[in-house]
Design a protein around this ligand. Structure first.
Ligand SMILES: *[C@@H]1O[C@H](CO)[C@@H](O)[C@H](O)[C@H]1NC(C)=O
Length: 477
């Protein structure tokens, strides 16, 4: 360390004089050097110590972890009550003194927002400030639309008889994102601008290129915001879906999102869940709204395998409507199977607004399997109860609600029944000229998960995402 330099940097005639009058004897020089070192150490200690007058820099991007997730419901209730009683007091984040290191563009220090990478994104559409694409104006006159049944595509109706089935792993990720209408936010609900990033980042983080997303309660502007987030760095994700009010942009969508670099959309359709005409935008039975189901047949480009994905959101009030809706969806899936040579597996995902023992679910379970029922202790991830939380965890307190499902074909197997995720222990019969999918391949539930939806103390939606991973394993490889 240069005593010379530090002495020079300190201004003052007396010090300069002292420096000039540096003693010449080696003993005195050593003493002076020792003194200078002690002074330097004291200065360093003072600057580093907690009592220092200089503010220590807070780490940038100190990620706030959600430590509350493992706590029991009782503890959560207690915490909620404590929070409510302390409601008038300022929150923690407001108590944090602003420091020199505070990033104005990232005041909450969310790690994911630190690097603002061009091209800068368009801000999500803010309810109340702009026209909300797809939200019907009040007293909107619902004119019934009728859409013809779409043609069945050629590739879709090819028989499986002379065709190899390849290995394929894919995920279905289903989430009711909660509509962001122009109505007032419910208690605890964050604005859409705040929720959409968490929703899209969860989708991004929990997906690969073969993931299919099925979302519910999505207005067009919300769908565009989610796609903008997903496609922020790469233009990959596309969707099929229409608004339930007019079969175009108006009303909630139940869209199916897929990576267009890896899947081709072969066929799409929307049916209206009603007892009069499923081709027409009508309310059915005792339903409160016109409800729909989206169907997309997707061909995986690399393997040429096809899957049929249904996405729906059943009426929350009408019991008869839910039962009728189950029948309509099953009929549509069966018509795909029977009218065509499409023997590929179909999946039903969505918010069915019904419990596992309700009649509409029992109806579906007579022909399909609830995929979560195929999971075992070793491949069931995350929450085990209640796909619904509410925005304040109130649904968890008042008794859980399991109303979101991913249904798979009846022939879907548990992972332990096929001897692993990659291989099929089923017998290969090369002479088999079958047009039946289940005779040529195993469809396996690899794992199931109910994901977390509460980060930094706030819920991104009032539902949690559910995820099912499937594998198609050919019996003859
Ligand atoms: C859905 O299918 C119709 C034909 O029935 C087609 O015109 C349309 O482009 C398809 N939609 C998408 C998103 O590919």
């Amino acid at each position: 360390m240069g005593t010379h330099i530090s002495a020079r940097s300190i201004d003052g005639p007396s010090l300069n004089k002292w420096f000039l009058k540096m003693p010449s004897s080696p003993k005195s020089r050593f003493r002076a050097l020792l003194l200078a070192s002690v002074v330097a150490l004291i200065i360093i200690y003072y600057f580093k110590s907690p009592n220092s007058l200089i503010t220590s820099q807070r780490p940038v991007g100190n990620l706030i972890l959600d430590y509350g997730s493992h706590r029991s419901i009782e503890e959560q209730i207690q915490e909620q009550e404590e929070q409510q009683s302390a409601n008038s007091e300022p929150t923690d984040s407001e108590n944090v003194p602003s420091t020199q290191s505070e990033d104005q563009g990232n005041p909450r220090k969310f790690l994911g927002d630190i690097n603002v990478v061009p091209p800068s994104e368009a801000p999500p559409v803010s309810p109340g400030t702009k026209e909300l694409l797809g939200v019907p104006p009040p007293n909107y006159f619902f004119k019934t639309v009728t859409n013809p049944e779409p043609r069945m595509p050629k590739e879709w109706i090819q028989s499986l008889t002379n065709r190899r089935i390849e290995n394929l792993k894919f995920r279905i990720y289903s989430h009711n994102v909660k509509n962001g209408g122009s109505h007032e936010l419910v208690s605890g609900e964050l604005s859409w601008e705040e929720r959409v990033k968490e929703i899209a980042l969860s989708m991004k983080f929990h997906s690969t290129e073969t993931t299919i997303f099925t979302l519910q309660e999505v207005y067009k502007y919300q769908l565009l915001d989610i796609l903008a987030q997903l496609n922020k760095f790469n233009d990959e994700w596309a969707f099929y879906g229409v608004g339930r009010i007019n079969g175009k942009d108006l009303g909630e969508f139940v869209p199916i999102l897929y990576n267009k670099n890896h899947w081709d959309l072969l066929y799409n359709d929307t049916i209206w869940l009603n007892d009069k005409d499923p081709r027409s935008s009508l309310q059915g039975w005792d339903a409160t709204y016109a409800r729909i189901a989206s169907v997309a047949s997707l061909r995986h480009k690399l393997s040429n395998n096809i899957i049929n994905v249904f996405n729906t959101h059943f009426d929350h009030v009408g019991t008869a409507a839910r039962e009728g809706s189950s029948e309509l969806i099953l009929a549509k899936a069966n018509s795909i199977l029977k009218q065509s040579e499409n023997k590929w597996p179909s999946f039903f995902a969505g918010d069915f607004n019904a419990y596992p023992d309700d009649e509409c679910i029992t109806k579906i379970k007579s022909e399909m399997t609830n995929s979560v029922a195929l999971a075992t202790v070793g491949n069931r991830y995350g929450h085990t109860k209640s796909t619904v939380t509410g925005f304040e965890g109130e649904v968890l307190r008042d008794g859980e609600q399991d109303i979101d499902y991913i249904f798979a074909p009846k022939y879907t197997k548990r992972v332990d029944e096929v001897g692993g995720a990659k291989t099929s222990s089923s017998v290969c019969d090369k002479s088999l000229k079958s047009n039946v999918f289940a005779e040529k391949a195993d469809l396996v539930l690899i794992q199931f998960g109910m994901l977390h939806s509460k980060f930094n103390g706030r819920y991104m939606s009032d539902h949690r995402p559910i995820v099912a991973d499937f594998a198609i394993n050919p019996k003859c490889s």
